[in-house]
Ligand binder design. Structure first.
Ligand code: RP5
Length: 203
């Protein structure tokens, strides 16, 4: 296993065409582990949004990712090459795009063996409605699990990917439960300060 991990890492670090490795420890050579999730997007203009998914996976769940730009409208052939040659360790794909967002659906067709989660970007005249509908209306046979438009979608894509991995990873299940507990705590905290907020309210 150590040798297999080493060969995946060496391949990725030496060949940026295959994406950039990201983990809680760092980026590229500083990253640790093998990538379990591919986070891909049509343009690096999608990156600020998709950092929500990257950071949720690496910091909340300790999942190492491969991050890669793939444009089906600007360089379709390289998308096919990349997606056909993903490291074996990648078990889930998160794909973001805005506008006529064909990337997740195309990946779902190319990789019948991997779950694909789509994140529609809030962009342009239609503010993500176009991307949402492009992703969600897949024909039977090539499903894309489509998240909400924008930031909530990017975070939820990471949680969904962690849940997919947790099916065969009890330690990840523990981290998912801890994450859910933190959300509950937020409600309890808000109730604690509620009386003060009501008192401060000026009519
Ligand atoms: C899509 O077009 C990308 O995913 C991005 O959301 C959008 C705009 O791309 P840029 O023009 O900013 O590169 O394919």
């Amino acid at each position: 296993m150590a040798t297999e991990e080493q060969s995946i890492r060496t391949h990725l670090v030496q060949n940026q065409e295959h994406g950039v490795l990201v983990s809680a420890e760092g980026i590229g050579e500083q990253a640790r582990g093998v990538p379990r999730v591919l986070i891909t997007m049509g343009s690096d203009s999608d990156l600020p949004l998709m950092m929500k998914a990257v950071d949720t996976l690496r910091y909340e769940f300790g999942v190492t990712c491969l991050v890669q730009i793939n444009s089906v409208h600007r360089d379709l052939r390289s998308v096919v090459r990349h997606i056909d040659n993903l490291p074996e360790s990648v078990q889930v794909v998160i794909a973001c795009a805005g506008g006529a967002a064909h990337l997740p659906g195309n990946i779902a067709d190319l990789r019948g063996d991997l779950p694909v989660i789509g994140v529609p970007r809030d962009l342009g005249a239609l503010q993500g409605i176009d991307a949402l509908l492009s992703m969600v209306q897949m024909p039977a046979g090539a499903p894309v699990a489509v998240m909400a438009i924008g930031e909530a979608g990017a975070v939820n894509a990471a949680i969904h990917a962690a849940k997919d991995l947790a099916i065969a990873d009890p330690a990840l299940k523990v981290r998912l439960r801890a994450y859910a507990e933190k959300r509950k705590q937020r409600v309890a905290d808000q109730n604690q300060t509620l009386e003060q907020k009501l008192t401060n309210h000026v009519r």
